[in-house]
Ligand binder design. Structure first.
Ligand SMILES: [Fe+2]
Ligand SMILES: [Fe+2]
Length: 173
């Protein structure tokens, strides 16, 4: 057994080998390091520019809303698998929000409730829209970031939200 650390969320994974994706924030394997080599972005002192602050606050809002929407979708799911999948997506989006609060050194804002459909298919379509929107936004935010750790953060999130889209597309087939 070994301790691995995700450089995006800073959480430790204990296991025999690196997971393909961080179980907590979904970051791909390239961001997961041996524990003694990891330098997580949430552990770095980042001087946040005005534009990145604005982009991170928009990210925070979007991720908190995604968390609430996916919890609604989990409650409406027709099978245990879909329920469990949405609960995991909700946790991953919440983890993204937590990372932002750590970078900006702010408190987590209160989250409200979000509505969703009672039909899985409608929820899958809505999920694809949300993930596609987030992915495109994070591509721009990564480009706009002059701070290396924030550029890396948005690059990792672009991949994670893209991976969520790939997952949901399989349910729509
Ligand atoms: Fe992570
Ligand atoms: Fe996210």
């Amino acid at each position: 057994m070994q301790t691995f650390i995700c450089e995006i969320c800073g959480d430790a994974y204990i296991g025999e080998a690196k997971p393909h994706n961080c179980p907590f924030c979904g970051a791909r394997m390239s961001f997961i390091k041996d524990g003694n080599e990891a330098n997580p972005i949430v552990n770095q002192q980042v001087e946040v520019s005005e534009v990145s602050r604005k982009n991170l606050l928009e990210t925070l809002d979007l991720e908190i809303k995604a968390n609430a929407i996916y919890l609604c979708m989990a409650n409406q799911a027709s099978t245990y698998e879909i329920k469990a999948m949405y609960k995991r997506l909700a946790k991953i989006e919440l983890e993204h929000a937590v990372i932002v609060t750590k970078i900006l050194k702010i408190e987590m804002p209160a989250s409200g409730e979000e509505a969703c459909s009672t039909e899985d298919v409608e929820n899958f379509k809505k999920t694809l829209e949300l993930e596609d929107h987030a992915q495109k936004l994070y591509v721009d935010f990564a480009k706009q970031a002059i701070e290396q750790p924030i550029k890396i953060f948005f690059t990792a999130l672009t991949q994670v939200e893209g991976d969520h889209g790939i997952l949901i597309e399989k349910y729509l087939k």
